[in-house]
Design a binder for this molecule. Structure first.
Ligand SMILES: Cc1cc2nc3c(=O)[nH]c(=O)nc-3n(C[C@H](O)[C@H](O)[C@H](O)COP(=O)(O)OP(=O)(O)OC[C@H]3O[C@@H](n4cnc5c(N)ncnc54)[C@H](O)[C@@H]3O)c2cc1C
Length: 425
């Protein structure tokens, strides 16, 4: 149910014990809301956008993310909405033939348009009973304490502002999280290192079961099939590093993308057409010191983000939703009375360490890849080894797929294996 804006007043006296306000309707916010609503919580989700909306992204869900969708009972819906199964990624430098990395035989990633994916998840959340309010922006947050509820000041479409109270506020508002900064969770601002533009393009030629990553000097290009497998839609994303390249990106991004695709010899039958976008983003490195403060808790990119290169962001958004829903448990566990005990608050504080444990190995891997790719010699040597030893290329792609045990015996995903009878297999 989407509440008309004129019905969106100050707190209506709803039972604060049961009420959770989720800020942001991307994958983290939609799935957190859905899982909490299934647990009996009274969930309101607000987003400043109206859906469906596009989003800067490479638009590929890795196998760990696919497995989580299956676990949440959402995979069929997402496939029906139009998604292309992916068997892995081809990795190349600017020139030269690519190294081919494959996910495990029983695993698939998915290429799906974010406007479709996010809208599908949000519709599922509505059906689970979440009240969704679109086109409204959270401008301020009070994190509350044991006795005081969390508060959010929300700007409505015509500029009026209202204050809403809730037992918890969940910040699922992405990279530049207002909830994190407004609730006093320290987010040191890093100088912009990278920026990106993503386009929707249409074309025929390259195989539609794989993505392609071109790792060039100061840039990365990702090209991946999205939408129905039989279609002709692709995501093309150009990520650049450095201030000069950022400026050039906004002035001549599309030209640069075409040049990069050409020099990497992506086998288009005719040059692909640009049909939507671009969607821009940067800078990406947004660490947080903590994922909770009193009654405010963060999920998805808001809880910390490093780099889009390995395509693990959506997996982490879904994983953080799952971890938070597990931590809060069914609404029936809530004690009567308005106060939260110090023990309750300490329990909520476990969200950050739990999330950190779940994503730590993946983040280390990303940082290692980042260092290797930042120097021309090590980048070329790494790509040459991946080409020469296909099992190493596949090993790397599997690691970024969040479906295999990481080194040090850590398991990146506790999600079950995708059911073998599933149609995408
Ligand atoms: C260039 C690029 C390529 C990427 N490629 C991939 C990839 O291929 N695979 C992958 O898994 N990940 C990829 N990622 C990462 C992925 O996009 C994110 O990790 C993912 O979107 C995180 O989901 P989220 O729900 O946390 O945030 P988001 O999807 O950003 O959603 C946040 C929502 O919050 C809303 N919002 C923000 N502020 C407010 C406010 N103040 N009030 C109300 N609403 C608000 C926004 O409108 C938005 O809808 C990529 C990222 C980039 C930048």
């Amino acid at each position: 149910m989407t509440v008309p804006l004129d019905a969106f007043g100050s707190d209506s006296g709803a039972d604060l014990q049961r009420r959770i306000l989720v800020v942001g309707g991307g994958p983290a916010g939609a799935t957190t809301s859905l899982l909490l609503a299934r647990n009996g919580w009274d969930v309101t989700l607000v987003d400043r956008s109206t859906f469906p909306r596009g989003k800067a992204c490479g638009e590929c869900l890795n196998p760990g993310g696919v497995a989580l969708l299956a676990e949440f009972g959402l995979l069929d819906r997402v496939l029906e909405a139009g998604a292309t199964p992916l068997t892995g990624w081809d990795l190349s430098t600017q020139k030269g033939s690519p190294a081919q990395g494959y996910f495990a035989p029983e695993d698939r990633g998915l290429g799906i348009e974010r406007r479709t994916f996010d809208h599908t998840l949000l519709e599922a959340a509505k059906e689970a009973g979440v009240e969704v309010r679109e086109g409204v922006q959270v401008v301020k947050v009070g994190s509350g304490d044991g006795r005081t509820p969390a508060r959010a000041r929300i700007r409505l479409r015509r500029g009026a502002e209202v204050v809403e109270e809730a037992r918890f506020v969940v910040g699922a508002d992405g990279l530049g999280s207002r909830v994190a900064s407004a609730s006093g969770i320290h987010r040191p601002v890093r100088p912009p290192r990278r920026a990106s533009l993503s386009w929707r393009i249409q074309g025929w030629g390259p195989p539609r079961d794989r993505g392609r990553l071109i790792l060039g000097e100061g840039y990365t290009v990702g090209v991946a099939p999205v939408g129905p497998p039989s279609g002709s839609l692709w995501n093309a994303t150009l990520v650049v590093a450095g201030e000069a390249a950022r400026k050039e990106l906004s002035a001549r991004g599309w030209d640069r993308l075409q040049e990069r695709m050409e020099s990497a010899r992506i086998p288009w039958n005719t040059p692909p057409e640009k049909i939507d976008g671009p969607w821009g983003s940067g800078s990406f490195h947004r660490p947080v010191s903590s994922a909770t403060r009193n009654r405010v808790v963060l999920v998805g990119d808001a809880a910390g983000y490093f780099d889009p290169l390995t395509g693990q962001g959506i997996y982490r958004a879904l994983k953080s939703a799952q971890l938070l829903a597990e931590l809060l448990g069914p609404k029936s566990h809530v004690h009567p009375g308005r106060a939260l005990s110090p023990v309750d608050l300490a329990l909520l504080g476990l969200h950050g360490p739990r999330l950190d444990r779940a994503v730590r190995s993946g983040r280390r891997l990303q940082k290692t890849i980042d260092v290797v790719l930042s120097r021309r010699l090590s980048r070329r040597a790494a790509l040459a080894s991946l080409r020469a030893i296909p099992s190493v290329a596949s090993g790397l792609i599997r690691l970024t797929g969040d479906r295999v045990p990481f080194p040090e015996g850590r398991v990146a995903s506790t999600a079950p294996t995708l059911p073998l009878e599933h149609p995408i297999l």
